[in-house]
Design a protein around this ligand. Structure first.
Ligand code: AMP
Length: 206
């Protein structure tokens, strides 16, 4: 099964994609995580787009994504999270492979912004927490699991978040039209466990 996860910033799409990837034993490819993990000469170029909330140009996205996919065992399928993000990327993906189902996690902008303002990630093991909503860490500075330092993403600042949401509505949301017949709509304004249950239930029914 090849799944796409789509949703605005803060909708929990990355969290849910990671959980479902473990539950269904399929690789999870997050282009955002992939770009954040890149070191060396490309890092500066990627950061210049990401830190201001802009999209990375398609040619660069495709180059990095192809490299990553070639290293994966995806016989059982895969979960794409954060790609495609534009109509053009959806067309490029169509040329490479088909998609079976699209999980569209819906959330209003106000809740999105509130969630993002509390979002922190462990510097060491990359687990995500939220200081305002959930999951809250026991100590706001350190990871519950590995005691690593909790840090804010560079692009989780108010200016970049506004830009990212604007791009989401303008460039990403329209691609749902391309996948209308494959789309499962999920209410993102629920507890993480309930969103997960809703996704699993609807995946079985659909
Ligand atoms: P995310 O972790 O999905 O919120 O992505 C963080 C940032 O990475 C985005 O704001 C973009 O700058 C960049 N990015 C991730 N995926 C893509 C993509 N498919 N196309 C262009 N830029 C992307």
């Amino acid at each position: 099964m090849k799944l796409l996860f789509i949703g605005p910033q803060g909708s929990g799409k990355g969290t849910q994609a990671a959980i479902i990837s473990k539950e269904l034993n399929m690789p999870h490819i997050s282009t955002g995580d992939l770009f954040r993990s890149i070191k060396g000469e490309l890092k500066q170029e990627l950061d210049s787009y990401m830190n201001s909330g802009k999209l990375v140009p398609d040619e660069l996205v495709i180059k990095i994504l192809k490299q990553r996919i070639s290293q994966l065992d995806y016989k059982k399928g895969f979960i794409l999270d954060g790609f495609p993000r534009t109509i053009n990327q959806a067309y490029l993906l169509k040329k490479i492979t088909n998609i079976d189902k699209v999980i569209d996690i819906e959330l209003d902008d106000e809740t999105s912004i509130k969630r993002i303002s509390g979002r922190v990630t462990c510097e060491k093991c990359k687990v995500g927490y939220n200081l305002i909503t959930e999951p809250k860490p026991k100590n706001p500075k350190f990871c519950d699991i590995c005691n690593g330092k909790l840090i804010k993403r560079a692009d989780d600042n108010p200016k970049a978040v506004r830009k990212r949401l604007e791009i989401y509505h303008k460039e990403t949301e329209p691609i749902l039209n391309e996948y209308k017949h494959l789309t499962i709509k999920i209410n993102g304004d629920q507890h993480i466990d309930n969103i997960n249950k809703e996704i699993l239930k609807k995946l079985k029914e659909f």
